[in-house]
Design a binder for this molecule. Structure first.
Ligand SMILES: C[S@@+](CC[C@H](N)C(=O)[O-])C[C@H]1O[C@@H](n2cnc3c(N)ncnc32)[C@H](O)[C@@H]1O
Length: 216
C-alpha cells in the first residue's frame, strides 16, 4: 500500500533516557497514560495480557508508578518516555495486540501534532498485529471527525465509532468530561490482514542512537 503521507524518519530517533529493551512477545500499549487510571484498571481486569503504559510528563508518570507500587499488577510496566522514540526503540513489527490513546491533547494550534495526522502513525500501525486495534478517545467531536477523515483518506483502515457511556470512568480526563456532560466518543480502529506499511521490516533500534554521555 502506498501511503500518501511523508515518511516518518524512524532511524533518526534518539534512544529515550534510561531506555530498557522490551521482549519480543505480544503486548498492549497505552500512549499518554497520564496518572495511569486506565492502565491500572485494564491490567487488573486482564491478567492474561501485558500492558506497557507510556507517559511523558514526569509528575503524572510518578503518580502512575506510585499507584502501581500500591496495587502491584505484575502485567503492567509504566514507562517514563516520549512515545515516539520509545516506540521506535522498543517495539517489534506486529507485536502490539491493543493500543490505547485516550483523550490525547487536542493540539488546537498544531494540527500536524495530532496522532492520526503524524507520519509516525504509519510506524505505529507497523507495530500492530493483524486484527490488532487502536482505541482513540476524545471529548472533542471535531477531533474524532478529523481522525475519521484521516482513516478513510490516508490510512484506509476500518473502524467503529462508539459513544462512551455517561458512567464510564476509565481515565481522569474521561471522568472530568463526563461530569461536565460532554459527549465522549472513541474510534476502535482495526488492522486488516492484507495491510502493509513502509516499516513492516523495521526492527527496533534497541537503544542505538543514544545521546553521547556528558563529558565530565
Ligand atoms: C490530556 S492528557 C490525558 C491523560 C489520560 N490518558 C487521561 O485520559 O486521563 C494527555 C497525556 O498525554 C501525554 N502525552 C502527550 N504526548 C505524549 C507523548 N509523545 N508521549 C507520551 N505521553 C504523551 C501528556 O503528558 C498527557 O499526560
Amino acid at each position: 500500500m502506498i501511503m500518501p503521507i511523508r515518511q516518518f524518519q524512524a532511524q533518526r530517533m534518539q534512544a529515550p533516557r534510561n531506555f530498557q529493551p522490551v521482549e519480543n512477545t505480544p503486548v498492549c500499549v497505552e500512549i499518554g497514560a497520564g496518572k495511569g487510571k486506565h492502565a491500572l484498571l485494564f491490567s487488573g481486569q486482564h491478567p492474561e495480557l501485558k500492558l506497557i503504559a507510556v507517559e511523558r510528563t514526569r509528575e503524572k508518570f510518578v503518580a502512575m508508578q506510585k499507584q502501581h507500587g500500591l496495587e502491584g499488577q505484575q502485567n503492567l510496566t509504566p514507562v517514563h518516555a516520549d512515545a515516539l522514540p520509545w516506540v521506535v526503540h522498543a517495539l517489534y513489527p506486529a507485536q502490539v495486540q491493543q493500543l490505547f490513546i485516550l483523550y490525547p491533547n487536542p493540539e488546537p494550534h498544531n494540527p500536524a501534532q495530532r496522532w492520526l495526522n503524524m507520519p509516525f502513525f504509519e510506524f505505529l500501525l507497523s507495530r500492530l498485529q493483524v486484527n490488532g486495534t487502536v482505541t482513540l478517545a476524545s471529548n472533542i467531536p471535531e477531533y474524532i471527525e478529523e481522525a475519521e477523515q484521516q482513516l478513510k483518506e490516508v490510512w484506509k483502515l476500518p473502524y467503529e465509532k462508539q459513544i462512551i457511556a455517561s458512567d464510564s470512568a476509565r481515565t481522569h480526563f474521561e471522568i472530568k468530561y463526563l461530569e461536565r456532560g460532554e459527549l465522549c466518543q472513541q474510534l476502535v480502529i482495526c488492522k486488516p490482514e492484507s495491510y502493509s506499511t513502509r516499516f513492516d521490516s523495521f526492527q527496533p533500534l534497541n537503544g542505538q542512537n543514544a545521546e553521547p554521555a556528558d563529558v565530565q
